[in-house]
Design a protein around this ligand. Structure first.
Ligand code: PLP
Length: 418
């Protein structure tokens, strides 16, 4: 996390001390580095130069308008999973024509909205959806551009909650049946074949699974092109490139591109544009959650550091058993102790670290939970009637509050007493 370094004894985001932001905006507080986020996008974009490509940022990882705006400005497209996300793209100044729509459960209302806005492609996940999409589009007097999300049955070697390309997954259509579904699509009046898509999982730290999956997909891509030579325009390799949380060594943008580009050149030569849908890779190490230590509680068997951030703010440890580095905002040599770092929520799953050896901290000081830019705020909830945190976007020496902390009034907005 190059944009989060100690300077003069203080952990900073770019040129801004996190302590300064915590004092000004309160905690828990999400802080993002715009340079990191835009830098990751641009590194990937540059690595794929020479190949016609489009990067559709998987915005479910972090859909804060300011983040979307930063990416839209440098030309990003978006991978959306709901009508709500398309609305966010529009609000942030993004281009619907650069959006692909993934989801196993698109509703009529969402399909109509996406058709009106003119998205690039619907990534279709079942035959039932293909049929429904065709009917809805036909009634609107349109043809919906579609890609079948093909499941290539590759084990991405990641946590089972975020593995999606295996046979038993709810996502996509099996590679053995995909061609049949494409044939069916050629007979439907409301769709046109735009692409072929795959997505094998998330937090993938090796290039091998991509190489394997793409190799399996290329013959299918050729066959689909024969079926729909006029309309087929893209091959979408999905997202899922991992980041470093602890000691992983995920590929850099360059390494990822070097592994897959030679294979993708085949598709590119056939006039197809390569699409990809990175989420975590773009934003994961571009954000931290700054929290304040409320109490240190020593029990006969354990030492708990109780912070003001909780699982409602960042659910990844509870949901995926995921590891996040925790760093004191104030640097300095200190003794270490084995602790559990926990939040105030009434769940045993409300922890950020268990049995972790950390520098000894005191009540009142700030801790940064690292690598929290992806699936952090986006998964935040109001559980325990806690307002969701504020968010700040930093660029160099400048910073801006991009989301106000939720108030008590926000918590009951929309509720009606009978
Ligand atoms: C979640 C998802 C992504 C992004 O995954 P990351 O691991 O954040 O890169 C991309 N495409 C699809 C279809 C997804 O469901």
């Amino acid at each position: 996390m190059n944009e989060f370094q100690y300077r003069l004894g203080e952990l900073c985001c770019e040129d801004v001390p996190l302590r300064k932001l915590a004092v000004e905006f309160g905690t828990p507080l999400y802080v993002y580095s715009e340079s990191h986020i835009v830098g990751q996008y641009q590194a990937l974009d540059k690595a794929f130069r020479g190949l016609d490509h489009m990067i559709c940022y998987a915005m479910k990882a972090n859909s804060t308008l300011a983040v979307l705006r930063s990416l839209a400005r440098v030309g990003a497209g978006f991978d959306i999973v709901s009508g709500g996300e398309l609305y966010r793209v529009k609000q942030a100044g993004g281009d619907a024509a650069k959006c692909v729509f993934s989801s196993v459960g698109k509703t009529r209302e969402e399909i109509e909205y996406a058709l009106r806005e003119g998205i690039y492609c619907f990534n279709v996940e079942s035959e039932a959806e293909l049929q429904f999409l065709s009917d809805v589009a036909y009634r609107m007097g349109r043809r919906a551009p579609v890609a079948v999300r093909v499941n290539p049955h590759v084990d991405p070697d990641t946590h089972h909650y975020i593995s999606t390309g295996k046979e038993e997954s709810k996502f996509g259509i099996s590679i053995e049946r995909a061609l049949k579904v494409y044939r069916e699509a050629t007979r439907l009046r409301g769709v046109e074949i735009r692409g072929v898509q795959m997505h094998i999982g998330s937090q993938i730290t090796k290039t091998g699974p991509y190489v394997l999956a793409i190799k399996k997909m290329l013959p299918l891509v050729e066959k689909v092109q024969t079926l729909a030579p006029q309309t087929l325009r893209s091959f979408d390799i999905g997202g899922g490139v991992g980041i470093r949380y602890k000691d992983q060594t995920p590929p850099t943008a360059q390494q990822f591109a070097a592994a897959v580009k030679p294979l993708l050149k085949q598709a590119s030569k056939r006039g197809l544009r390569i699409l990809m849908e990175p989420g975590r890779f773009i934003v994961g190490n571009g954000g931290v959650l700054v929290t304040r230590v409320l109490y240190v509680k020593q029990t006969p068997v354990k030492r708990f550091v109780i912070i003001d951030g909780a699982m409602n703010d960042l659910i990844r440890p509870a949901l995926y058993e995921s590891y996040h580095e925790i760093q004191p905002v104030k640097a300095g040599k200190r003794t270490k102790a084995k602790v559990d770092v926990v939040g105030p929520v009434c769940e045993s799953g409300d922890f950020f670290a268990q049995g972790r050896t950390l520098p000894v901290v005191e009540a009142g000081e700030y801790l940064a939970v690292m690598s929290a830019g992806a699936y952090g705020f986006a998964m935040a909830s109001n559980y325990n009637s806690r307002g969701r945190p504020a968010e700040v976007l930093v660029k160099g020496r400048k910073y801006q509050l991009v989301r106000r902390r939720e108030t008590r009034q926000d918590l009951v907005r929309g509720e009606l007493l009978p």
